[in-house]
Design a protein around this ligand. Sequence first.
Ligand SMILES: NC(=O)c1ccc[n+]([C@@H]2O[C@H](COP(=O)([O-])OP(=O)(O)OC[C@H]3O[C@@H](n4cnc5c(N)ncnc54)[C@H](O)[C@@H]3O)[C@@H](O)[C@H]2O)c1
Length: 247
Amino acid sequence: MADLNGKVAIVTGASGGIGRAVALRLAQDGADVACFGQNRERLQETADAIAALGRRASVHPVDSRDPDAISASVGQVEKDAGRIDVLVNNAGITKDGLLIRMSVADWEDVLAVNLRSVFLFTKAAARAMMKQRSGSIVNVASIIGLIGNPGQSNYAASKAGIIGFTKSIAKELASRNVRANAIAPGFITTRMTDKLDGELQKKMLELIPLARYGSPEDVAATASFLAGADSTYITGQVIQVCGGMVM
Ligand SMILES: NC(=O)c1ccc[n+]([C@@H]2O[C@H](COP(=O)([O-])OP(=O)(O)OC[C@H]3O[C@@H](n4cnc5c(N)ncnc54)[C@H](O)[C@@H]3O)[C@@H](O)[C@H]2O)c1
């Protein structure tokens, strides 16, 4: 269990499956958490659960596609809390379709929510981390960014982009003791995967050596490890949380 006492964390997509589990895990480990996402009510539920753990939580219903809103509200977190120690870029969407039928709008939406927002949030939070000479950025990619998937060229490109981005900023920020790593989850049971048809879900299970789907808590445990002091010599890495599905 990481000791995150006194740390301030930002988690994007904190109303959803993995993001909510990450926000709660960081709070359990001692952090105060700024919860970013789309839906104010669901973010408030996450914040209430964090408050019940005795930690401070704030709610920021900000569209991950909106550069000005991201910059302003991350700045507000820094002003209110006095620091930013951890940023978990987790918000993401899928708009699947075969290449021939994929619209420009679906391509751009997925790239904007999944990849451009990682740039925007990281840029907004990095200044505080550089000033402090410490910080940990954790970007949620996907094994699809490593191996590709038919019907997910936009999603795969966004997740592969996150990995390249993570390695670049890891090199840029290392001299200020700011680390950046990516997590590549496999099949994690959330609303995102509930949308997949039953036959496909069964086929995926056969590909997982550990013979179970992952839980949001499996990803949250890795995020907490990467956020905390047990990983201070780890930067620029991609950690696969996929039950051995990709080796
Ligand atoms: N579930 C899986 O199997 C799996 C596998 C690999 C990677 N991932 C990644 O994990 C992350 C979380 O996914 P999840 O499975 O919890 O899905 P989810 O749909 O439960 O959560 C997605 C979150 O992103 C937020 N979001 C979406 N669009 C947004 C926007 N425009 N502005 C602000 N917030 C927005 C949603 O509000 C939600 O909180 C995503 O980046 C996803 O690609 C998931």
